[in-house]
Each structure stands twice: as C-alpha cells, then as structure tokens.
Design a protein around this ligand. Structure first.
Ligand code: SF4
Length: 234
C-alpha cells in the first residue's frame, strides 16, 4: 500500500515537472543524455589529457613554439569553434584566438548572441607553425588525436570549423576548398559541423564577412533544433 502511494507521488511529480517545462516551451527535457559525463568528470578528463600532452615533442612544431595552446572555454559548451593553429599572440599567451583574428571571432560569437566563455575554442594543432605557415599534414596527424579527445569530452551539439585546414581535417579530406564547402553541414563523430572562413581570411577580405554570418545562421539553426538550454550573452 505504502509503495503504491509513493509510486503515485513519483508519477505526479514527474507529470508536474513535464508540464512545467512544456509551459516554458521545451519539447523535450533539457537534460544531458544518459551516461554523458558530468562537468566534474569532464574537468578531470580534460586535466588528464593536458597532463598527457605534457611538454609535447611529438612533432617538429615543438621546436619553435613558446607555449602549447591547449584550448579554452566551457566544458559543457554546446558549440565548439575549431581553428587551424596558434598565431604569434596565442603562442605568447598560451590561449587560442587572442590576437586580431581572435577579436573578430569574439565579435562573431557575440553577434550570434553568445558569450565567448560559453563556447569552447581550440585548434587542429596546439603549437604555432613558424612564420604562421600552414600546419603540415604530418604535424596534423600527430596532434589531431588530442583535439578528438577534447571533442569527445565536451560532446558539443555543433562545431563551427574556421578555415580550410580545420574543415579538411575533420572531413578527412585535405583537398577541400573552403569556398565550395562553407555553410554546408557535415558530420564529425555524429556531431553536426559547419565550415566557414578563418577570421584571418576575413581580416584580409572583409567583404566576405556576410558569408560567415550566413554560415553562423546554419549553426544557430542546428542549435535551435536540439532543444536544450542555451546561455545567452547578457
Ligand atoms: S603540435 Fe601537437 S603534436 Fe606537435 S608538438 Fe605541439 S602538441 Fe605536440
């Protein structure tokens, strides 16, 4: 008898909770998928990964770098931005996208209605290529496993890749042309990805900024569809 009453109570409470979220406009409950790691597990996993990378010498980019640029942002981010490699400022500060291209990226994030702190930002390779040359494919091969693990830890709802190399790496096709694929959805390990131009390209070609803004609409549409909560810029 007592058990039946407590079951009734649980069902009633669940019904109330469902009605509450439906009244707020949710079509499904804003919960992480079952089995998904919590924030504390994610932090521990990310710290362990950073420790494993250590003072990495796995590729020749280690020779000229000042710092490894691991990546930064919210471990529960619904959106990840992935560029190709740290530049001069990033190498000095050990933070991704803090130079002029970073200012442009931050502006894009804010124009999308988000906070930079609410997304996660990383690069395909974690050390600066000398003279800002493109990272070479042997360097990418050596480093990309670290990024894959970061993506697996964060499990964002969407990824926006910045530039040809980031898109080509996640697509497994080093010959992609960014002008041909930008704004077109592809999937990486089950996560929707939208390629766009690298902010450094947009600094040289500001007339193309509107194309990146169009690509951002695709990202926002993907995030809107997934129906979970979103931290907007205050
Ligand atoms: S780019 Fe990646 S693989 Fe190469 S040294 Fe830096 S952290 Fe290691």
């Amino acid at each position: 008898m007592g058990r039946a009453m407590s079951d009734d109570r649980i069902v009633r409470d669940m019904k109330d909770a469902l009605e509450f979220f439906m009244a707020l406009g949710y079509e499904r409950l804003p919960l992480p998928p079952l089995g998904a790691p919590g924030s504390r597990d994610k932090r521990a996993a990310m710290e362990q990964l950073r420790e494993e990378i250590g003072d990495c010498r796995r590729c020749k980019l280690s020779e000229k770098r000042t710092h490894i640029v691991f990546g930064e942002g919210d471990l529960d981010a619904r959106l990840m931005f992935i560029g190709e490699a740290p530049g001069r400022e990033e190498d000095l500060q050990a933070r991704p996208f803090v130079g002029d291209a970073g200012v442009l990226l931050t502006r894009l994030i804010e124009k999308m209605g988000l906070m930079r702190e609410a997304v996660y930002i990383a690069n395909i390779v974690k050390c600066r290529p000398p003279m800002n040359r493109d990272p070479e494919w042997d360097e990418i091969e050596e480093c990309k496993g670290f990024l894959e693990r970061q993506i697996d830890i964060i499990r964002p709802d969407a990824i926006m890749t910045l530039g040809r190399i980031a898109a080509g790496t996640l697509m497994g096709n080093e010959k992609v042309k960014i002008t041909a694929i930008r704004g077109k959805l592809f999937e990486y390990r089950g996560i929707p990805c939208v390629p766009t131009f690298h902010p450094a390209y947009l600094m040289r070609n500001p007339k193309d900024k509107w194309l990146t803004w169009n690509d951002a609409q695709v990202v926002l549409a993907v995030l809107g569809r997934s129906g979970t909560t979103w931290r907007v810029k205050k």
